[in-house]
Design a binder for this molecule. Structure first.
Ligand code: HEC
Ligand SMILES: [Cu+2]
Length: 340
């Protein structure tokens, strides 16, 4: 085969990568009523478009073959330019088709971006490059992993701390912007307990691709347990342990100027000024992913390499490389692991 056909095959086969199924962010695999309803709109539009495609392509093929140039034997086909009746028909039909798509679409846009009074409110703040979640009724803050109860309407009250971000958990709803100085709202509802993946969907700087989200939906009972576990202050390490050494490093070094640990850093004045700050670490190890949901707690050495050199892992990260020694890193990592 020629080089050109190899290139053709390579390009064509790359199209099949779009056919992968079972991906954690498959937008054609809706879960929960909102995403399913939106999926219905997609299918409606796809069906209408398919019918139009078949009709138009069929008519085109028919005309091309039926009226092709047969030399002298071809009579001039009948010309219908300027026919008022045809003009009206092919204006009215597209208007009706577009209306049948536009009306339900606009209806859903308003429906899924406003909240009922009894919805559970959770505040989402976008930061370069992680999502912060505040549970205002329960008085705590967490990051990267959003925990919600199943079968409940969750109202996300969203804003951004720096640039425009976009919250997108494809299996639960469409995308919505987080805009500095503005409040936007997005509804979520999951029927089944499970893990749903998300991603910041607006380019927001160097580590945009590493700004992911996890939504964990729990049965209401498990959710209640989770809430009470998040409300307690951080676990205290026992005297003389490596965890305690880590805590002292945390409190004595720079970490404390950017991170809150309830019951440990409670009175830190730097946090109150709200300058650059990072995720709340009170229950850090209760979350199975961190650093914008891109690193896994269970991966050996993940915590160590993160605190060793954050910008190496997330380019541009606002958590600096503090030049810690190996011993300091190990103590800090042990302390972080104890924050359950
Ligand atoms: C200048 C502010 C700043 C300092 C100082 C700082 N951090 Fe961070 N930290 C951040 C920011 C911002 C993030 C979020 C980074 C991201 O995901 O892009 C973060 C993320 C983290 C995370 C991941 C949390 C999560 O749930 O994603 C851990 C753990 C952490 N920092 C520990 C530490 C430790 C330990 C120290 C001290 C050695 C420290 N940080 C010092 C700002 C800071
Ligand atoms: Cu973003």
């Amino acid at each position: 085969m020629t080089r050109r056909s190899w290139i053709g095959i390579a390009l064509a086969s790359s199209l099949f990568t779009a056919c992968a199924s079972g991906g954690p962010m498959d937008s054609l695999d809706p879960q929960g009523p909102i995403a399913t309803d939106i999926d219905g709109l997609f299918r409606l539009t796809l069906n209408i478009a398919t019918v139009i495609f078949v009709l138009v392509t069929g008519a085109l093929l028919y005309a091309t073959i039926r009226f092709r140039d047969r030399g002298d034997r071809t009579p001039e086909p009948k010309q219908v330019e300027g026919n008022a009746r045809f003009e009206v028909i092919w204006t009215v039909i597209p208007v009706l088709i577009l209306a049948s798509i536009a009306v339900p679409t606009v209806d859903r846009i308003f429906k899924y971006t406003s909240c009922a009074d009894d919805a559970l409110h959770i505040e989402v703040t976008g930061h370069q490059w992680w999502f912060e979640y505040n549970y205002p009724d329960d008085g705590f803050s967490t990051a990267n992993v959003l925990v919600i109860p199943t079968d409940a309407e969750i109202c996300l009250d969203m804003t951004s701390d720096d640039v425009i971000h976009n919250y997108w958990v494809p299996k639960l709803n469409g995308k919505r912007y987080l805009v500095p100085g503005q409040a936007t709202v997005l509804l979520l509802r999951a029927d089944e307990p499970g893990e749903y993946w998300g991603q910041c969907a607006e380019f927001c700087g160097l580590s945009h691709a590493k700004m992911r989200a996890r939504v964990i939906a729990m049965d209401p009972d498990d959710y209640a347990d989770w809430l009470s576990s998040q409300q307690r202050p951080a676990s205290m390490p026992a005297d003389g342990t490596i965890e305690q050494e880590g805590m002292n490093l945390f409190l004595g070094g720079q970490c404390v100027s950017c991170h809150n640990i309830s019951g440990v850093t409670a009175s830190n004045p730097a946090l109150a000024t709200g300058s650059i700050y990072g995720p709340d670490l009170t229950h850090f190890s209760s979350r199975d992913v961190f650093a914008g949901a891109t690193l896994n707690h269970d991966d050996p050495g993940a915590i160590e390499s993160w605190i060793d050199n954050p910008p190496l892992i997330k380019p541009g990260s606002f958590m600096p490389n503090i030049d810690l020694t190996q011993q300091e890193i190990e103590a800090l990592a042990a302390y972080l692991r104890s924050l359950d």
